[in-house]
Design a protein around this ligand. Structure first.
Ligand SMILES: [Zn+2]
Length: 156
């Protein structure tokens, strides 16, 4: 894992983010995996997100992008980095794969090789309810334990 860029955020935020990422990479066995990690600290309030993790499908080398809300408190920031690093692990270990289906004009998601479809878990609006997706269940399920460990380990 190589952190290639940290955009935005103050000195203190950057330090906390990098320490938490390094801790998660160690715990999730990502240190020796070959991929680039780009971190952006920005205003995500419009979407009401604490953070977002996505695979950059346009990059030549494997690149994962983590975006973090700049107004996150210390607790929110550490917890969110842990959450997004679990998604990062899912992408790197190919537990979660996705591709854009041009014919259907939509993204298709696969969890451990099985397609995750609207038919299986549909929200009321008939759209994807990603909070019910198995990769989110894992991320929400593990984020607090990881965050608490990160707090202690890094003496935050
Ligand atoms: Zn998530």
């Amino acid at each position: 894992m190589t952190i290639t860029e940290i955009k935005g955020g103050n000195k203190n935020q950057k330090e906390i983010i990098v320490k938490t990422i390094q801790f998660c990479a160690e715990r999730l066995n990502l240190k020796r995996r070959k991929f680039n990690l780009v971190v952006k600290v920005k205003d995500l309030t419009k979407n009401e997100y604490y953070g977002v993790c996505s695979m950059n499908h346009d990059a030549k080398k494997k690149e994962i992008v983590i975006e973090l809300e700049k107004k996150n408190t210390l607790m929110e920031m550490v917890r969110t980095v842990c959450h997004e690093m679990i998604h990062c692990k899912q992408y790197v270990k190919k537990e979660l794969t996705e591709f854009y289906d041009a014919k259907k004009n939509e993204w298709r998601y696969f969890w451990r090789g099985t397609e995750w479809t609207k038919k299986v878990i549909a929200s009321e609006e008939g759209k994807y309810d990603l909070t019910k997706a198995p990769w989110e269940k894992e991320a929400y399920g593990r984020q607090m334990d990881l965050a608490l460990e990160a707090f202690i380990y890094n003496r935050l």
